[in-house]
Structure formats: C-alpha cells, structure tokens
Design a protein around this ligand. Structure first.
Ligand code: PEP
Ligand code: MN
Length: 366
C-alpha cells in the first residue's frame, strides 16, 4: 500500500513535538496539577490514560469516563490539547464526546487486529489524529498492519509511538528499543510522524534523558514522557514517572540537531565521509567474496579427503582470536560475534553446496 500521511499537530518550529502527562488520570486534582505544571512550557499535547490495559487484573485499571471530564477541564483551563488511549469502539465514542484532540492506540491493542479493526470502524468518518504504539512484540508487519487499518478508515493524520518491545531476559530497559525496527518503519513511510515514548522504553528515571537524546539523534519527530506531581506514589508506572520540574529540566538538556542544512561546506564534508564509508563497504564485500572463494576451495578439499564441514575447534579459535582483536579496535563483543556468526554461516553454506551435501543440523549449530 502506498500511504501518504499528514501531520498529527502543527509541528513546532525548530524543536520536536513534546507530549507529556501522567501514565494514568487518578484524581481531578492530580490531573490538573500536572497540567498546570506543564502548561506554558514547551508541551504540545497532554497525555493521560483513562482506561488502563493492565497485565494482571486487580492493578489499577483506570478511572474510566469520569477522567474525560477532567481532561476537558485541562483543555479549558490551560489551553493544552489532550490525548488518551482507546482500546475499544466505546472508548472512541466517549473520547470524541468529551473533545479529546488526539487518540492513541496502546501496545497491547496494536497486537490484536480485531481490536484495531474495531477502533478503525469506530473512527471512520471522524477527523481525528491517531497515534499508534508499536506492538509489544518486535513485529514490524503487525505495526504496519495497524497503520493500514486506521488509514483505510480514512484517517490521514496518523503518527506512531515507539515504546520498545518485550524482552525475556536481563536488560537495562523495561522494553528494549530495537531502534532498527522503528528506523525501518520510518524508511518505509518517511512522512509518518515518529514519537519516542522514552518512559515505557526505560521503565526507570535515570536513563530517560539518554534514550530521549538517542531518539532525537535518530531524527524522531517528538517524545512522549510520563509526568506526575508525585511520581513515587503514582497509581501506575511509578518507577518511570518524573515531576513537571524534572521534565522541564530534561527537555532543557536535550540537544536538538537539525536533520539537514543548506551549509555547502557541511554538506560537502558529509558527502566526502559518506563516500569513504561507501568505499569501505565495497571493500568489505569484495573481501567477503574472496573469503567465500576460499571456503569453496576448502569445501572441495574436505570433500576429496572425506572430512566433515564443521570443525568446532577451529571455529572456537577464530571466535576467540577475533573477539580480542575487535576489542582493540573498539568493537563490542556482541558486534564481532554477530558478524563472525554470519560469515561462518555463509561459509558453511558455500562449503555445503560445493560438497553437495545436506546441511540440516549443521546450520543451527553454526
Ligand atoms: C501508557 O502509555 O501508559 C501505556 C499503557 O503504554 P503502552 O501501551 O506502551 O504499554
Ligand atoms: Mn504508563
């Protein structure tokens, strides 16, 4: 599908879009206090969850429709535009009734095409911007599918929110960013507004700034951050929320670099450096081709002498030696290991085709 999008809001000049507000609307006071703390600063959209999709029943599931009237007051009192999460058709109808400016679809909803379709059908014919969070699992097609469903309902003011992906295992993040997935989406749809939800990626306060800066360095269009007047006592996501003051401080520390410039000298230097990178990429590919020719030769040689493809000792030795060399070059172990595995796999494929053998079993091991 060839899709063209329109901006979700008037893009502020010379800076990203800032979306901020509490994870959940808890009380009218808490909502208004947060909004008052944010209004008058660089905040383009006030967020608050009214219906909260919780992993387990029994945790705070949101105040429901009454919270919409609090958001209406936020608009009236502060002039801030407001957004909330919708997960069902009824949520859409209620939100519209109360004048919500932008809807967002949460990560647990994006995974479910039935739910996304229900929302799309409810939105059909309404002129309201929609932000679509990435699905909790790292599945770009599912994310694109949700965008297409909302698009087909006639909505053109669509944006996406990158909030990271579930990960089973030790990580410093609550949801691992997997930046490449969001970058692939942006490459596919360059005019799609891309917001980084640093709060849900981090799940903690101390790395919010780093992740926000990374997003801006990757040319994201904006940030969504959870802000609460008393974060430690928030009814949901307490560990990742910050006060309005801490939020303003964070925004102040961000460096916003322009995506492009007209400065000829800068462009020429950049062009030159890119040319060098292209040359190196070419060289790497040539060398890879040569390496595979050697693999073919070895394959033939092993075949003649009736020796199996995989020789674990040699593989371990290559890995150890190159990890050590990589460290000297400032390359991470993870990177060197990933490259070596890919090269080794390709080598095995070459040897296998030369030896004309079945490779099942060996490929997994490599
Ligand atoms: C939220 O924004 O508070 C939320 C529930 O986020 P997500 O859908 O990204 O988990
Ligand atoms: Mn939250």
């Amino acid at each position: 599908m060839d899709l063209t999008f329109q901006p979700i809001l008037d893009k502020p000049a010379g800076r990203p879009i800032y979306i901020a507000g509490p994870c959940s609307a808890e009380t009218e006071e808490q909502v208004l206090e947060t909004a008052r703390g944010l209004a008058g600063h660089q905040v383009d959209l006030f967020r608050a969850g009214i219906w909260k999709p919780r992993t387990r029943p029994g945790s705070f599931e949101g105040v429901g429709t009454v919270g919409l009237s609090w958001l209406k007051r936020v608009k009236e009192e502060t002039g801030l535009k407001v957004t909330t999460e919708v997960a069902k058709a009824d949520h859409v109808y209620e939100a519209i009734k109360y004048g919500i400016d932008v809807l967002w679809i949460g990560a647990r909803t994006t995974v479910n095409p039935f739910s996304v379709q229900e929302i799309a059908d409810a939105i059909r014919g309404l002129d309201i911007p929609v932000l679509i969070k990435n699905p909790i699992n790292p599945d770009l097609s599912l994310w694109i599918g949700a965008i297409e469903r909302i698009y087909k309902a006639g909505v053109r003011r669509i944006g996406v929110i990158h909030r990271g992906f579930s990960f089973h295992g030790e990580t410093m993040y609550r949801n691992v960013p997997r930046w490449q997935i969001a970058i692939d989406l942006k490459r596919r749809f360059p005019d799609l507004v891309m917001i980084c939800d640093n709060s849900h990626i981090c799940g903690r306060r101390d790395i919010l700034l780093d992740v926000a800066q990374r997003a801006l360095d990757l040319n994201y269009d904006g940030l969504m951050t959870e802000v609460h007047p008393d974060p430690d006592n928030a009814w949901s996501d307490a560990a990742q929320q910050i006060t309005p003051e801490q939020y303003h401080d964070l925004i102040k520390q961000l460096v916003y670099r322009l995506p492009t410039t007209d400065d000829i000298q800068f462009l020429e230097t950049l062009d030159h450096l890119r040319q060098e990178i292209d040359d190196i990429d070419n060289e790497i590919l040539n060398l890879m081709g040569k390496r595979m020719e050697l693999a073919d030769k070895i394959g033939l040689y092993k075949k003649r002498n009736n020796i199996s493809i995989l020789q674990t000792d040699r593989w371990n030795e290559i890995m150890e030696r190159n990890l050590a060399k990589g460290r000297l070059q400032g390359l991470s172990d993870a990177f060197v290991e990933a490259i070596l595995r890919a090269i080794h796999q390709e080598s095995i494929n070459h040897q296998a085709s030369v030896m004309n053998e079945k490779t099942a079993g060996i490929e997994d091991e490599a």
